[in-house]
Write a protein that binds this ligand. Sequence first.
Ligand SMILES: [Zn+2]
Ligand SMILES: [Zn+2]
Length: 227
Amino acid sequence: MNVRRPAGATGTEPLKRRLPPREDTVTAEENAPPTPAAFGSVSTHEDLVAWSRGYARSVADGDELSVDLSLVDWAVSTRAKRRAAAVKRPRIPGTEVGKPIDWDSVAAAAESPETVRRCTVSLTWEAAAAFSRAEWTATLRHELIHVEQFQRYGTTDHGPTFERRAATLDAPVRCRRFATPKYRLRCADCEEVVARRYRDCKLVREHDRYRSSCCAAALRCERVRNQ
Ligand SMILES: [Zn+2]
Ligand SMILES: [Zn+2]
């Protein structure tokens, strides 16, 4: 993603504002924009969902993974997390990895039968920004194994069955944790976060030489706590 590198920068040009609003977004299958060509061109939550869903489709179209993507919702989270992505799903009592689930009887007993089979892949925006394409696709394959397990067994874990699937799909069993950015740069006028940085870089050190593109105002640099 290009949000890591907006200010490759001479120090005098304005900092382009590439980060999306801070609200979480959920994109439904139907109204999603077309998949962007390159991971490097992802710059909005919608792009990230479209790109990730497109990748998931390419994996699901192969023979290795058995996932019904029409039952999967996608979301982007901008809350600080240490997990790059997660599958959110209903907890279904009596389920066990390895024991195929009978969705019809679960749906018959469920309060909302139409949503009980659905799960959401939640993508952490900061992780996508920090990861390379290879790391991000590995993360997605990991989450897709969780989706596959949920759809097949009604639950999912990181046990031996997961490990075998991970080996087949060349996915990590433990996802790379990522660090919350160390620094946040805000527009001094409107308070919008215009950049985040993981280390003490030129933008951090010389932030008084930059201007925000939203308000052409000074940038305030703050150290992020509680990591
Ligand atoms: Zn996992
Ligand atoms: Zn501003």
